[in-house]
Design a protein around this ligand. Sequence first.
Ligand code: PPS
Ligand code: ADP
Length: 217
Amino acid sequence: ETQQIDGTQKNIVWHACPITKPDRQELIKQKGFVIWITGLSGSGKSSLACALSRALYNLGKLSYILDGDNVRHGLNSDLSFKAEDRAENVRRVGEVAKLFADAGIICIASLISPYRKERAACRALLPEGDFIEVFMDVPLHVCEARDPKGLYKRARAGEIKGFTGIDDPYEPPLNYEIVIQNNKDKGFSSSSSSSSLPEMADIVVSYLDQNGYPKPS
Ligand SMILES: Nc1ncnc2c1ncn2[C@@H]1O[C@H](COP(=O)(O)OS(=O)(=O)O)[C@@H](OP(=O)(O)O)[C@H]1O
Ligand SMILES: Nc1ncnc2c1ncn2[C@@H]1O[C@H](COP(=O)(O)OP(=O)(O)O)[C@@H](O)[C@H]1O
């Protein structure tokens, strides 16, 4: 089981440096915080992350995406999809996201992050307001109909065990800041209950605008 390292136990002491987060934020004229996108496989997390990163770039704001799929190629390549490894995956991404925010960068974390407990722990790493949870509220049947990687098909056929939504749990957030709804399996047209790709990014950018982000603190 993963253990939190207690500094006093390990004889390690925090070393403070004179240049701090406010200094870095002032230097690059923006605020560092975390946008955490959670949802089923195929719900549009990566699409939103990329569209949002582009929208922020166009506004002159530096962001960086931590995508579950990508991080599992490197930092988290030792982790499987069993519950404790998913928890560790989320914990590590949460810690890295915190470092990015501390650097003054807008960190967009995009991973299934299926468990409430671990998402709450990531939220707790950051100051109030600096963790914006975006819930991709897309029904399983829509994600399954999209199935861009053919993984749902393989999970239904029993070739992949413990697939989120099929035979592994997804705990929808109860305390998210933003919800993106989408019940369309094909195309990007919008309706009252569905957001197109540019609309998804707009929803987040509008939230940021209305809540005083992404400006220097
Ligand atoms: N068993 C199982 N369950 C769910 N997903 C699986 C599984 N095996 C492989 N994949 C692929 O891995 C991507 C999810 O990785 P994450 O790091 O986001 O998952 S988690 O947060 O640790 O639960 C996920 O990518 P996305 O579709 O982008 O979500 C899948 O492509
Ligand atoms: N707003 C949307 N409307 C319709 N299809 C979408 C939308 N957003 C994403 N998609 C499609 O859904 C599929 C899964 O998107 P992706 O961003 O890879 O999801 P995830 O990262 O959650 O697995 C892709 O084929 C993508 O083109």
